[in-house]
Design a protein around this ligand. Sequence first.
Ligand SMILES: *[C@@H]1O[C@H](CO)[C@@H](O)[C@H](O)[C@H]1NC(C)=O
Ligand SMILES: *[C@@H]1O[C@H](CO)[C@@H](O)[C@H](O)[C@H]1NC(C)=O
Ligand SMILES: *[C@@H]1O[C@H](CO)[C@@H](O)[C@H](O)[C@H]1NC(C)=O
Ligand SMILES: CC(=O)N[C@H]1CO[C@H](CO)[C@@H](O)[C@@H]1O
Length: 348
Amino acid sequence: MLISAFLKLVAFSLSASVAHAKILYAGINESGGEFGVFAPVDMPGFGLPGRFGVDYAFINKTTVDIFVDRENINFFRVTFLMERMCPLSLGLGSRFNETYFSEYADAINHITIAKGVYALIDPHNYMRYNDPSMQPFTGSVIGDTSDPTAATTQQFREFWKEIARRFVHNPKVIFGINNEPHDMPTQLVLENNQAAIDGIRAAGARQLILAPGNGFTGGHSWTQLTGAAGDLPSSNFMNKLKDPLRNTAIDVHEYLDVDFCGSHDNCTQPGPSNVAALTTWLQDNHLKAIVSEFGGGKNQVCFQFIDDMLKYLATNDVYIGWSIWAAGPLWGTNSPCCGPTTGSLEPG
Ligand SMILES: *[C@@H]1O[C@H](CO)[C@@H](O)[C@H](O)[C@H]1NC(C)=O
Ligand SMILES: *[C@@H]1O[C@H](CO)[C@@H](O)[C@H](O)[C@H]1NC(C)=O
Ligand SMILES: *[C@@H]1O[C@H](CO)[C@@H](O)[C@H](O)[C@H]1NC(C)=O
Ligand SMILES: CC(=O)N[C@H]1CO[C@H](CO)[C@@H](O)[C@@H]1O
């Protein structure tokens, strides 16, 4: 239902010259814009607004240049925090912290204009807003009408309309609606996704949109109940999304360790068989997907699992891209994925 006419054209023109090219976007997560708010105990507002370059940062331009020039990466998922873009004093909506926006836009423009490759805009918020101090569990679920402190679905629409308006003339920008919704009614994930799509298109933006599902947008659980309350499967809802431009794809996360979290160094969850039901669903609904987070530890078992996953994505044309977790200027010697010794994907 939502296959992109634009993407089909791109895929067609590519296929004329590159026989087996199906993956259009191959890349990496740039994590750091959401850093510096994780409080030892639940302290709403901890780390806000934060200091650029100290508490949070978006990209290291030198490493982006290396990824593009030497490693042929053409896709960067760049995280940010909605509570920084829309300070709590203003609320979620069209009024931004212009300082934070300009820092973010500088990163996006470096990737998309200076380097000419794709950037995925990623509000790293688990479809929650107002308290990021213990992500992914703190913060009011956007659109939860039983929570008087929650931002509304309409506010989320205005937020996305404004982001889209600001990038409307940049064809290298892709809009990721939100990172990993979870533990909320799947119907509400659908409604928030639809509001974001409506806002983006109302701004006149025509670029690709990525819509997540529930259950941390897990590929393996796409057709299953998820969360403590047994929320309905994403597959029951996300084929109901309507995009007048038919340029919305599904956003999937799929780690290869025992609990799909990316925190263990060994790989025991084979990606291809775990996403098989999702693949069938995508085919049946004429949808495409990007795996915007996945990864494995620095060991031979995981290298094989990652290789198997990449081969699977490349040979199933419902998948049009992937970005591995993660690089970013603030990881230092910490391992963003998977287990304590894997290291970050910054060059070197
Ligand atoms: C940016 O990346 C380059 C190349 O990897 C590295 O030499 C430099 O130290 C990095 N800068 C910061 C501030 O991390
Ligand atoms: C806006 O962001 C800048 C940079 O992080 C920060 O110094 C400033 O206090 C923020 N303003 C508000 C209202 O949050
Ligand atoms: C890692 O997982 C593989 C199966 O994926 C298993 O054969 C191996 O024993 C595991 N290694 C460790 C150290 O747990
Ligand atoms: C596997 C991994 O590193 N996951 C991280 C993804 O990003 C969020 C937010 O930065 C972290 O909380 C996760 O640990």
